[in-house]
Design a protein around this ligand. Sequence first.
Ligand code: TXA
Ligand code: MG
Length: 341
Amino acid sequence: MDTLLLGTSESELDIAASLLKSGEVVAIPTETVYGLAANAFDSEAVKKIFAAKNRPCDNPLIVHISELSMISDIAVSMPQTAKKCAERFWPGPLTMILPKKDTIPLVTSGGLDTVGIRFPSNETARRIISKCGFPLAAPSANLSGSPSPTTAKRVYEDMNERISAIVDGGESDVGVESTVISFEGEAIRILRPGKVSYEELLSLTDKVYLDDGIEKKVSPSDIVRSPGMKYKHYSPKAEVILIDSGLDEYKSYVSSHYESGVFSLLFDESEAIDGVPHLVYGISSEEQAHFLFERLRQFDEMGAKRVYARCPQKSGVGLAVYNRILRSAGFSVVRLDGGKG
Ligand code: TXA
Ligand code: MG
């Protein structure tokens, strides 16, 4: 059956909530990317998310809440550092891994005894959760492995006829998924970088660790603290290669490797190379985060076979941009002299 397209009027959100209450899957906007939502307490509903996405069943889902009081139905306890994070960054693009209660079925947590909790700042997402009265499990609304969708149109392309409805709340603001963190005593471990940055988390505690899986390919013998790290991610059909270099080295590398089907992903129009088709994704880390996934999807529409991407700055949300390109490139990086490292 065709997927229903809904706006954000009161009556349309009532329809979205009633579908969710009857155990259906509905895509919803959030400030990071679109999510594929279902009742987090209902295993049968959650199974439909995994089926719609073709997602491996050991990759856990994030549970979304619309008020702090909902945490007590989901998590056993909250360490002091987590409380500080909630005070400072919620509602917002931060997911905290906490010990789960039995109310959260193992289907939702991918078999783990922990659960990722997120309190989104997006108004529409919160209105839908409030109308439901239960938390929503929601992974990014793409087919497993593809770039996350930042518009309802992109969700429709991946999910038409696979889910009941899509709520169109306009373009996602941030553009990359939430920061995922876990707690080790007083310390915070970043499992996935996002808009809430390493630097910002350092303002709460001096012990913030970046998990190895952020910059390194996980090998089968490694301890994986977040199952998502094991899987191929954010990949367009084109082969993506990240070029870590200054502009001159980038230009000469791409020119000498040019063939039909090669595209470049640049910060700015001024970097264009004669004869090489390109897209730009922005100069600031915020712009790059906002546009990255959309650009990856556009390359596919343009028939790109290989994309040489300029390497983003790794500070602030830039670390998230770097992490997503690195994964879309299958960790394929060319480092040339003049790189910023
Ligand atoms: O911004 C976001 O987080 C978006 C929007 C829709 O909220 N959601 C999202 O979900 O990106 P997803 O499923 O695409 O990514 C969740 C990541 C996965 O890599 C998963 O392995 C990890 O979080 N994760 C979830 N629960 C976890 C847990 N209990 N322990 C460790 N990692 C967990
Ligand atoms: Mg995802």
